[in-house]
Ligand binder design. Structure first.
Ligand SMILES: *Cc1c(COP(=O)(O)O)cnc(C)c1O
Length: 376
């Protein structure tokens, strides 16, 4: 067996659309039917007004922060357990990311720690919907309102996730999406910024394409923009993925439920993903915590699986523990105790829509063998 941790699900439809984009000669990022279609169909999928495509999830977060005018001297409150793109985008703006601890059940931002860390410099909350389980947006929105803070949702892992039948990515002021090769909907590399606010949308459109002038001369620039464009070929793949979104999301959920059914008797050793009442978890990755494990246990389990042909990945190292920030001494291990506690004991299993039943059973068998060997 040789089972990768992730694999994109590309059908004849993606091929057909991408080929059409190439044959029509529209391969760049300023014109072509699929760019507009991707934007309007993604906005429709979410139930929001505007979606602007861009080059990837990191640039999407950067654009969202810039549209909100986040700058030097500002603090942005960020879920600490995340892909470091979330932190880096704040730093690109010259602002300081303030790591916010997570709850120990979904590993999403903890509203109590959030409120505790607000200062006069706080400008915005950058909340991550981690591993497909939406964050507690009701509480976070109440806090944002109370302290007059903007909300940016990092939606890179939550395509199709919901809270009380409302899509994740429609709760804050602006949302950033990734369509990287391993995400729930994927264009290889790709991103989008979504919002209901027409002013923010206009700013994003301008900034993502070098802020060309709108008057008589497009080379009179109105701002210092970026080239964060998506190509029409990439958008073509995206349009196909949105058309197939129902199937892609439900298949992924079924794959993860199958893992859970087969691991539910071993919850003393494995902390499994949950779905809190009122939420729809779309399980970006099947993420496990070795409840009583340590760094070495995880290494042993991952090595055993690797040798058996099963690829896994360790969970994210939270922002406040990153070596890159250590030398500046801005963060402390005690900043976020819940996140520190699981920082080196989580991993994720192969999670992709086309994994077969036989392959999944094999992953489970090898995981349980590893448990016998290393975790009792
Ligand atoms: C993947 C991911 C990103 C970065 O997206 P890219 O498209 O790889 O730039 C940002 N935030 C989170 C939470 C992610 O999972």
């Amino acid at each position: 067996m040789n089972i990768p941790v992730s694999k994109p699900d590309i059908s004849h439809l993606e091929r057909e659309y991408a080929l059409r984009a190439i044959e029509n000669g529209f391969i760049s990022g300023v014109a072509g039917e699929f760019l507009n279609r991707f934007d309007s169909e993604f906005a429709k999928f979410l139930g929001c007004k505007y979606s602007a495509n861009c080059s990837n999830g990191t640039t999407a977060i950067h654009l969202a922060l810039k549209a909100l005018d986040i700058k030097k001297g500002d603090e942005v409150l960020v879920s600490t357990t995340t892909n470091m793109a979330t932190f880096f985008a704040v730093i690109y703006c010259g602002a300081k990311p303030i790591p916010i601890d997570i709850d120990s059940i979904t590993f999403n931002m903890c509203p109590y720690d959030l409120e505790r860390k607000i200062t006069k410099k706080s400008k915005a909350i950058l909340v991550v919907h981690l591993f497909g389980h939406p964050a507690p947006m009701k509480k976070i929105s109440e806090i944002a309102k109370k302290f007059d803070l903007k909300i940016i949702e990092d939606c890179a892992e939550v395509h199709g996730g919901e809270i009380l039948n409302k899509k994740a990515g429609t709760f804050g002021d602006i949302s950033a999406w990734s369509f990287f090769g391993n995400k729930i909907l994927s264009t290889g590399e790709g991103g989008a910024v979504t919002t209901n606010n027409p002013d923010l949308y206009e700013k994003v459109l301008s900034l993502k394409s070098l802020s060309y002038g709108k008057g008589s001369n497009r080379f009179f620039h109105t701002d210092i923009g970026f080239n964060y464009r998506m190509t029409n070929v990439t958008a073509a793949i995206g349009v196909a993925q949105i058309e197939r979104s129902k199937e892609l999301i439900s298949k992924r959920i079924n794959v993860c439920r199958f893992y859970s059914e087969n691991l539910k008797d071993f919850q003393d050793v494995f902390q499994l993903p949950v779905e809190l009442e009122g939420y729809r978890n779309v399980y970006w990755m099947y993420h496990l915590n070795l409840t009583s494990g340590c760094l070495e246990d995880r290494l042993n389990v991952m090595n055993y699986l690797e040798e058996s042909g099963v690829q896994t990945r360790p969970g994210f190292v939270p922002g406040h523990l990153q070596p890159v920030f250590k030398k500046s001494g801005i963060y402390n291990e005690l900043d976020c105790p819940n996140a520190s506690k699981i920082a080196y004991t989580t991993l994720y299993l192969p999670t992709f829509t086309t994994i077969s039943n036989t392959e999944q059973l094999y992953v489970i068998e090898k995981l349980l063998e590893a448990k016998q060997r290393f975790l009792i």
